[in-house]
Design a protein around this ligand. Structure first.
Ligand code: NAP
Length: 299
């Protein structure tokens, strides 16, 4: 194995440590505690796990965590009333609604109801537009996490060929915009891209966000490239009955022989997402109070 393994778990811990320091300063110097509100509709078991992890890490960095639960059959009107209440609450600087939501609710309308200045998931049309225009907004957490890993690993990305596989609003499009801001030459590939392997082989920076296990083979990787694997596919564990195993979009073992640096799955991009949610909440709090943004924690 020749590639440097990018340790997202350690990096995320570092980011959370930086966030915690800023939180302490805000409390000590200004008596302000950044607050994150998470809205959970229904009792989806996977969502319960994510919400619990977010709560734990929010409290660990010293922020206030407001968890608001609504029944699975909640009306749009009642959900919007709660979001309006959180939008108006000065102690709440970040709001996210855990997705998926039940069928009677429309995710786009839910996101649109959240004040863009508190949309710490960065999913609103307003924040997507600000990113596309090169203006300051809140950036979707997973692409922001990948950007932080890349800045740390690659340093100056100017002029590099970057290929992002996947064009979702959640990940691929904002990732492409962020790489463009770093002055990369960006290609966003997707299911209709012709000769994807050849497109990927051009990449100095290859970011895969598809959700197809081990799709990216070693001969798709340019020697020395930095490979960021966002994809997550859960399969039954081959050796541990009843347990599951996570696979990325990249055939890790073979790609690591060719790449210069690569993120593993798990332990690569995954831990960065909540760390960046906390970073975004801190940023939103600083902006709301007219303070300087935390350096190194924004796009
Ligand atoms: P998504 O909305 O399903 O988008 C997948 C993208 O992959 C689409 O743009 C699709 O192209 C493209 N695609 C599908 N098959 C392809 C193929 N054979 N060749 C090339 N492109 C193909 O998914 P997403 O929300 O962006 O997430 C992508 C993956 O990242 C998932 O595995 C998800 O679990 C993971 N993820 C992880 C984190 C994390 O925290 N680690 C966060 C977010 C997402 P079309 O647009 O043409 O259909």
């Amino acid at each position: 194995m020749s590639a440097t393994i990018i340790d997202g778990k350690a990096f995320a811990a570092r980011i959370r440590g930086e966030v915690a320091q800023h939180v302490t300063r805000l409390k000590d110097e200004h008596s302000i505690t950044p607050g994150l509100a998470v809205v959970l509709v229904g009792e989806d078991p996977a969502s319960e796990v994510y919400v619990a992890a977010k709560h734990k890490q929010t409290v660990e960095v010293g922020m206030a965590s407001f968890e608001r639960r609504l029944p699975a059959d909640v009306s749009e009107e009642a959900l919007f009333a709660l979001i309006d209440e959180l939008n108006a609450d000065p102690n709440v600087h970040g709001i996210l609604c855990q997705f998926p939501v039940p069928d009677q609710l429309d995710e786009r309308r839910v996101v649109a109801r959240i004040d863009p200045a508190k949309d710490v998931d960065g999913l609103s049309v307003v924040n997507a537009g600000l990113l596309a225009s090169g203006e300051k907004g809140l950036v979707s957490c997973t692409p922001l996490g990948c950007l932080m890993l890349l800045r740390d690993q690659v340093g100056n990305m100017s002029g590099k060929e970057a290929v992002v596989i996947g064009r979702s609003n959640l990940f691929g499009k904002p990732m492409g915009q962020l790489l463009l801001q770093e002055n990369c030459t960006v290609t966003i590939a997707h299911s209709r891209t012709q000769d994807l392997a050849a497109v990927c082989r051009r990449a100095d920076i290859l970011v895969a966000a598809v959700g197809r296990a081990e799709m990216v083979k070693s001969d798709w990787v340019k020697p020395g490239a930095t490979v960021i694997d966002v994809g997550i596919t859960r399969i039954p564990h081959p050796e541990k009955p009843g347990k599951s195993k996570l696979l990325g979009d990249v055939d890790f073992a073979s790609a690591a022989e060719v790449a210069g640096a690569i993120t593993p799955v798990p332990g690569g991009v995954g831990p960065m997402t909540i760390a960046c949610l906390l970073a975004n909440t801190l940023t939103a709090c600083c902006r709301a109070n007219g303070f300087d943004e935390p350096e190194g924690l924004t796009a």
